[in-house]
Design a protein around this ligand. Sequence first.
Ligand SMILES: Cc1cc2nc3c(=O)[nH]c(=O)nc-3n(C[C@H](O)[C@H](O)[C@H](O)COP(=O)(O)OP(=O)(O)OC[C@H]3O[C@@H](n4cnc5c(N)ncnc54)[C@H](O)[C@@H]3O)c2cc1C
Length: 380
Amino acid sequence: MKAIIIGAGIGGLSAAIALRNAGLEVVIYEQASAIKEVGAGLSLWPNATKALEKLGLGPALRQISVPQADGGIHDWRGSIITAASTDFIEREFGAPVIIAHRAELLAMLTDAADGIPMHIAARLKHYQQDGKQVTAVFENGQRDTADLLIGSDGIKSVVRNQMLGSTTPPRYAGYTAWRAIANFDYPADATYWGESWGQGARFGLAPVSKGRVYWFAVLNAPENKTKPAEGHKAYLLKHFGNWHHPITDLINATDESVILHNDIYDIEPLTHWTDGHVALLGDAAHAMTPNLGQGACQAMEDAVVLGSAVQATKNIESALELYQAKRIERANGIVTQSRRIGQVGQLSNPLVCWLRDNLFRSLPEGIRNRQIAAVVGHEV
Ligand SMILES: Cc1cc2nc3c(=O)[nH]c(=O)nc-3n(C[C@H](O)[C@H](O)[C@H](O)COP(=O)(O)OP(=O)(O)OC[C@H]3O[C@@H](n4cnc5c(N)ncnc54)[C@H](O)[C@@H]3O)c2cc1C
């Protein structure tokens, strides 16, 4: 059996590896002229690190990651709101939480996909199917036919738009975000890791391998309007310059040219991800806001389940239906939860923020742990 994968992002590459491991012939098509990721960090929670283990990538993952430091949610002055122990997470869920450099993670997946033919500069135009096979038609005139096609073509998925018969425009979340990785000296026992909440503003920071720190900053803003004339660094120092240590030093230590800036979007949860011999995967199926750090983690879960479903039944339509049945409710739930936690984190009224911080501080540990377990304790 043969599978066509559209898109060589984290989702597409994970799916390609899972289907190759399931014994299929796999071909990847990517619209860009090179396979690359941005220079930012990515949190991989136990649900994802276990999924990567199942794809046979445990040893490779350990080479690009360092054990995470304890962290939590702080207020903007640095006082703790809720603590998160990485030891607890590893003990409780049987796998560590990792912050990987995106480019290194993509290189790891590309290496693992070695041997799988990959066509670059090939943008899918549409697909056609006849009940037995599916043909991908590309803008450059290429065509390819297979038993199944996986649309892992991201938040603006061409496959999804054709499948649903209408466009599903990304929904703006109401906030805009900056991300970067900085070379930064920090004490091994630093207690500031995690995310800090202000009023309509958040800042997160986490150690990455090789003495680097990944940070992100989030501000409420109208869509597509944040274009600071003074440059991103000066703009961020204006908004976060009085936040707790080491936020100012970290922004100052970052080269302006490596700061990435994006408005934040998700898609409305979908009612189906399959159409005959075609299925959606990753952001194409469930693009979510990054508040739970789960978008890529969910794509990895998708890949493992897809591989097992195809192995369990060689009838493609049944396999894709099984894949959807096992995945859609969970992924949609996380889309909704991510959006909600973002709304809470981005509250801006000072009194409401004070109440929020104190409510989270007083949340019993058992309830907090159950909430964490529901997201990161899942095993595919
Ligand atoms: C600010 C931010 C922070 C985040 N942090 C985290 C985090 O900490 N942890 C986490 O798990 N997730 C995080 N995410 C989410 C994560 O980045 C995404 O969920 C993940 O990258 C999705 O991978 P994907 O392969 O599904 O899609 P993409 O990465 O978008 O890849 C899609 C690929 O398809 C290609 N493509 C598109 N259209 C076509 C076409 N027509 N033909 C051929 N190729 C096509 C694209 O060029 C691209 O290479 C974050 C997201 C953002 C925005």
